[in-house]
Design a protein around this ligand. Structure first.
Ligand SMILES: [Zn+2]
Length: 267
């Protein structure tokens, strides 16, 4: 299995990253892509890749980008810094990039500027884009549409939107990342009904840990922290919703992630 969204630079992982990675490997997670959400966090996840490269060879990769929440900090210098970070050998995608009108921690205008600059950077570097979107599908689709011929591949990570939005993303030839949201018997019901519409070759899986602890876990860990070792619960939630076997989902999504991020063969 390959976990395409891990926030390993989160404070909640401080102090036990080695144990988290060991448990992930024991659970069958062979590779993971650590999410960069700002310049600082992107540098941090790259540092984690370096620090654990010897102990966990060919296991850790990273994205570098500016999350819409952090868009207010974006300027020309950050763009140059991102371009620099992207040359690190473990960096396999630009992002997360996109729009989040749910919390609007940065203004809509600031978010659009940072988003478009990162799409241009991905196009220039011919790297895939790791996309975030919350409550901003209409504008996100418009912007993606105007850059779609320029950048090579994109994944809508942690997709939680409606049917119309899903089909619009698929029409744009994007990949779809599914998290433990699909295991949530309260707010995940709509998503559960939708995942069967994702062509198997466009499906990617992620924990988005430490967030989104899968609710099909019993018992749940006391600290409620999600971690990559819990990816099998996401996998079984998806298999359940699609009426396919976990084995089918596992082999397809691993092949998809390896192809999408151009990952070397896992150990
Ligand atoms: Zn996100």
């Amino acid at each position: 299995m390959i976990d395409i969204g891990v926030n390993l630079s989160s404070k909640r992982f401080k102090g036990d990253i080695g144990e988290v990675l060991t448990r992930a490997r024991e659970a069958g997670v062979q590779q993971m892509v650590l999410t960069g959400t700002s310049l600082d966090e992107s540098q941090l996840v790259i540092d984690i890749c370096d620090e654990y490269a010897e102990q966990f060879p060919a296991m850790l990769f990273a994205t570098c980008g500016i999350h819409p929440h952090d868009a207010s900090s974006f300027n020309n210098e950050s763009l140059a810094a991102l371009r620099d970070l992207s040359t690190h050998p473990q960096v396999v995608a630009i992002g997360e990039a996109g729009l989040d009108f749910n919390r609007n921690l940065s203004s809509a205008k600031q978010q659009e500027v940072a988003f478009e600059a990162q799409l241009e950077l991905a196009a220039e570097l011919q790297m895939p884009v790791f996309l975030h979107e919350r409550d901003a599908a209409k504008r996100q689709l418009e912007i993606l549409n105007s850059y779609r011929d320029a950048f090579s591949e994109g994944v809508i990570h942690c997709f939680t939107g409606d049917e119309k939005t899903l089909f619009s993303y698929l029409d744009m030839d994007l990949h779809i990342g599914i998290t433990g949201w699909v295991c949530d018997e309260r707010r995940g019901l709509e998503l559960k009904g939708l995942v069967k519409n994702i062509p198997l070759e466009r499906l990617l899986i992620e924990t988005d840990s430490p967030y989104l602890l899968p609710r099909n876990m019993h018992p749940v860990p006391k600290d409620r922290r999600n971690e990559p070792a819990f990816l099998p619960f996401v996998l079984s939630g998806i298999a359940d919703a699609r009426k396919e076997t976990p084995e089918e989902i596992k082999s397809a999504t691993s092949a998809n992630a390896a192809r999408f991020f151009k990952l070397p063969v896992a150990d």
